[in-house]
Design a protein around this ligand. Sequence first.
Ligand code: 5RP
Length: 224
Amino acid sequence: MNDKQLVALHAARQVHNDMVVGLGTGSTANYFIEELARRQTEENLHVTTVASSVVSTIKAQQLGLRVVSMEHISHIDLYVDGADEVTPELTLLKGRGSDLVREKLLARAADHFIAVVDRSKLVAHIGEKFPIPIEVIPFAWRLAKHTLEQIGGQGDLRKNGDGLAVTSHGSLVLDMVFDPELDASILDAALNATPGVVEHGIFTGLTGVVLIAHEGQIEERRAP
Ligand code: 5RP
């Protein structure tokens, strides 16, 4: 069993009967979805799920999980998802996929948000390994990019083959690099205040617990 699978299985043990559970997106989240489906079949676990992406919806449905659409929920009990970067303050960078809007909605709606990662995701500061994904309204991308450049951002639209990447929300994505000295919560606020930005990949103050797997062991870090 690899570390991503191990940590996903550990998180799945936090799921109890009659919970409404948010399903993340990505390879670690996929292991979590598979484990929920296994527990449903073998342990008679009864859960309702809400997915953060079309791909996770399809996966959960194919495995026989009950999936409701986001329109039907106002809060959820638990959200489990991976991340691309995790800082010592438990700020996350997410969004290498294309589902930031639903991911952040579920993270905010959850009583408990458990992030599941392997040790390769630990960083000293947000943006250390990846640019910040920033979803922008298609017609506003140049205006938003110009505003972001004024606070030191550099980058461009994410490509997908010969075309542009489009999120499941229908947005374009700017992948932008900022000054590493810029505090993540300040950058978070600046991005939130940029007209034309739909959502972005910095998740500040949303994660209660991060489970970190490394060589078969799991470390649990809790937000202060
Ligand atoms: C998708 C995400 C993923 O959770 C993140 O990219 C981690 O993926 P993986 O579990 O495959 O390493 O934020 O938008």
